[in-house]
Structures are given as structure tokens and as C-alpha cells.
Ligand binder design. Structure first.
Ligand code: FAD
Length: 403
């Protein structure tokens, strides 16, 4: 009987898994079930290209022809509602029962809900799916005042897109600084200043306690008692893996669906990858990780035994006319030494632990990130303390020892 590989979820990990399976198994049937309409697309464009044509073919991960050429069936607008591991079947919302030989779960994540009164009012938005972006853009009117809740990468990219499109934007962040997980205090401060100069109002250490309005949003109230008027709220405060589908199955679930280094769940015929998967207590939640996990899961489903190795996390931020990167661990509390300097006229900082570079952040722009990434990935060891050395000297020293 022909093998049937079933993939639940039509995101980036699904596409890369399907490709990996087809590369190894020319005969098998491969079906991707995705609840969104249309083919899998580049989700990160929802913020990076909010006001571009998100329905263009250019936003697709692979064009229709590729699926035809590779005999990969995509059943879009089809939600899988249950899994029956003992029978090796899944069921669609319309009651269709589908048998699988191997099953891959890559249902991704949803944006963490805003736990405040008023969060269900009209004009409260979040960006996870193409339909969310359409809804947000359709509801905006000239001169709209928008509160963006969350000063992480996605929130700030959204703020930039909205501000560039001519809306009045206020960013509200509960933590003391913007992009606190990727930047040091100096860079966060500089970033906040850049937003201010671009005309975006920023409030840090500001928790939203309620959204005001009867049917539509009229304002926001903060935990310091301050209220201010706005017409829309867009929030981006983290993600929650979409694990509801497996709640009634024996699969092990913690924050995400638990997988081993082969991306295999506690059922040997079921794999999980991307934002829904948890490995070593951690859900990655990043595009590059989802892509690679999909690929490795696909290889392993088609009988190979390849271990997934988590890449060093890289954040590239291009908005408000600046381009900065943050790689690896940039938490001062975790390192022994840090070195700051101006590289090519741009603030740069390297983080060192046990004479090994473990993190770097810089305003030099994405192109400069490669050398730092290589040094961190390969655990480049310095000949001695970093104290008194310039960044240029450190990078020259590491280049010499890199493979
Ligand atoms: C606006 C935005 C910007 C981002 N920017 C960046 C960035 O700059 N850099 C970065 O590294 N990462 C970024 N990310 C994160 C990145 O997009 C995700 O890590 C990646 O898309 C995860 O891929 P995935 O395949 O696991 O899941 P997803 O892309 O979430 O796809 C999962 C799909 O499964 C579908 N689904 C769920 N349940 C079912 C079901 N029961 N039946 C059928 N289908 C189902 C969902 O509707 C969805 O279409 C961003 C995310 C968003 C939303």
C-alpha cells in the first residue's frame, strides 16, 4: 500500500517537511491540511510588509506549480479537529477520516491573548494570520490613533508600518525597555529615542489594565491610572502553541507538544515541528527554527535518523531607518565580560563567557552580522581575557581560529 504522510498545519515547517519527505520518497502520498485559505505564505511579511500586497504570489513560500510538480496535495480551508493515534487517522471538520502512515503536527501558535477588560471590542487587533492583516487594514481610517501594545520586535515592526502609512502610533511596553530580550540598556534607549524622533510616542513600564469603549475602542487605561484616547489597539505580547488538537490524545504536552531530538513525539508515528513543538523545555517560536525543524522532521518521518540542532538565535531589526542585529546570549548577567565600541561608526557590543563569544549586538546592519554569527556558532575561544581589547582585535583573533 502507498504510504500516506499527513501534515497538519500549512505553515513554513509543513512546506519544508513535505519537501524533505518527497526528496527521500518519490512514491508516497503527501497531504498538507491547513485551516487558512490559500497556500502557505511568508508569515513574517504580515508585519514587515503590512501595507504591501500580502495576497501577491511573491508572499507564498512556494508557488502552486511547485506543489503540482512534487505531487504534494494542499487542502487549505480544512481544519483537522481530532487525531486517533490508535487507528492512525485524523478527522477534518467536515467529518472526513484520513489515514496516515506518519503524521506531522505543525499547527504553529496563536498570539497570546490580551488579558484585560475590553480586549474583545471591535478594533482590537493582533497579527498572526493573513486575515488579521486584512481586517486591520480594512478598519483603519485616515488619522486613526493606534495603541500598539508590546515593544518587542513584532510590535515595533507593526508600529513602524503603521507610522509610515500615516497613522498616529503610541507604543506601550510593560517592561522598562524596548526589545529588552535582544538589546542592552544602551541600545534600547537609543531605539526609544529613534522612535520618538520618528513621531511615535513610547511608554515603557506601562501595563494596560483596560481598553475603553462600548462597541469600538475609544481609549486605553494604564496601571498608573493614566488614560488616553485611541481608535485601535494592536497587541503583540508573545505566543501560545496551538496544542488543543492533541489535548485528548496520549501525546505528551507541556507548553508545546514534547518532542525528542528527532522531532518525534511520545508516539513513534507522530512528529511535531515549528512553533507548536517543545524540545528540551523550550518552544523556539522563530521562522528559521520552524523551517529547519520541518526539514528534519520530514527526513526522519521518511526513515532517516537526523538530529535537530538548535541554531544560535538571530534577530534582525530593520525599521525606523535603522538596521540592527542581536545574536546569541546578550544577557549581561550571564557573561563574565562585555566589550563595547564603535564599529564602522555603529554601536557594537560583544558578550563573552569563559573566554568564548556567546553573544553580539550591533547597529552596523544585517550584512555585518555574519562574522559575529559564525564566531558565536562555532564557540570561538579568545586567547585570554577580552579586557582592554577592541572589538576589531577580538574579531580578528576569532577569524583566525574559525573553520
Ligand atoms: C507577524 C509575525 C511576524 C514574525 N516575524 C518574525 C521574524 O521577523 N523572525 C522570526 O524568526 N520569526 C518571526 N515570526 C515567527 C514565525 O513566523 C513563526 O516562528 C513561524 O511562522 C512558525 O512556523 P510554523 O510552521 O510552526 O507555524 P505557522 O506559521 O504558525 O503555521 C501553522 C498553520 O497551521 C494552521 N493550523 C493550526 N491548527 C490547525 C488545524 N487544527 N488544522 C489545520 N491547520 C491548522 C494555522 O492556521 C497556520 O496556518 C513572526 C510571526 C508573526 C505572526
Amino acid at each position: 500500500m502507498t504510504k500516506h504522510y499527513v501534515i497538519v498545519g500549512g505553515g513554513v515547517s509543513a512546506v519544508h517537511a513535505a519537501k524533505a519527505i518527497r526528496d527521500q520518497d518519490a512514491e508516497a502520498d503527501i497531504t498538507i491540511f491547513g485551516e487558512e485559505s490559500g497556500l502557505p505564505y511568508n508569515r513574517i511579511k504580515l508585519t514587515k510588509g503590512l501595507f504591501t500586497d500580502l495576497h501577491s504570489e511573491k508572499v507564498l513560500i512556494k508557488k502552486e506549480k511547485w506543489y503540482c510538480d512534487n505531487r504534494i496535495t494542499v487542502q487549505s480551508s480544512t481544519r483537522i479537529v481530532s487525531i486517533h493515534p490508535q487507528h492512525q487517522t485524523v478527522e477534518t471538520e467536515s467529518g472526513q477520516c484520513v489515514e496516515y502512515h506518519k503524521l506531522l503536527l505543525c499547527m504553529g501558535a496563536k498570539n497570546r491573548a490580551l488579558p484585560v477588560e475590553g480586549a474583545r471590542l471591535a478594533n482590537v487587533h493582533t497579527l498572526r494570520e493573513l486575515a488579521d492583516a486584512d481586517r486591520l487594514k480594512d478598519s483603519l481610517q485616515e488619522g486613526s490613533r493606534i495603541a500598539v501594545i508590546g515593544g518587542g520586535v513584532q510590535g515595533l515592526e507593526t508600529a513602524w508600518a503603521l507610522q509610515e502609512a500615516g497613522y498616529h502610533v503610541t507604543v506601550i511596553e510593560a517592561a522598562p525597555s524596548l526589545m529588552g530580550r535582544q538589546l542592552d540598556p544602551h541600545s534600547s534607549k537609543q531605539l526609544q529615542e529613534t522612535l520618538k524622533q520618528a513621531g511615535v510616542k513610547v511608554m515603557t513600564q506601562a501595563g494596560v489594565v483596560s481598553i475603553e469603549g462600548t462597541e469600538v475602542v475609544t481609549g486605553v487605561t494604564l496601571n498608573n491610572g493614566v488614560s488616553f484616547p485611541c481608535d485601535h489597539v494592536v497587541y503583540s505580547i508573545g505566543i501560545v502553541p496551538n496544542t488543543a488538537l492533541v489535548q485528548d490524545t496520549p501525546l505528551e504536552v507541556r507548553n508545546g507538544i514534547v518532542v525528542n531530538e528527532y522531532l518525534q513525539t511520545s508516539d513513534p508515528n507522530i512528529y511535531a515541528a515549528g512553533d507548536v513543538a517543545e524540545m528540551n523545555g523550550h518552544v523556539e517560536g522563530l521562522w528559521g527554527g520552524a523551517m529547519e525543524q520541518g526539514k528534519i522532521a520530514g527526513c526522519n518521518m521518511a526513515e532517516e535518523r537526523t538530529v535537530y540542532r538548535k541554531a544560535v538565535p538571530v534577530t534582525l531589526f530593520n525599521a525606523f531607518g535603522i538596521s540592527l542585529f542581536s545574536i546569541g546570549n546578550v544577557d549581561e548577567r550571564y557573561c563574565d565580560e562585555t566589550v563595547c565600541g564603535e564599529e564602522n561608526g555603529a554601536y557594537t557590543r560583544i558578550f563573552v563567557k569563559d573566554q568564548v563569544i556567546i553573544g553580539a549586538l550591533s547597529w552596523q546592519g544585517a550584512a555585518a552580522s555574519l562574522a559575529y554569527k559564525a564566531a558565536i556558532e562555532q564557540g570561538a575561544r579568545l586567547s585570554g581575557s577580552a579586557d582592554g581589547k577592541s572589538i576589531e582585535e577580538i574579531m580578528t583573533e576569532t577569524q583566525a581560529v574559525l573553520i
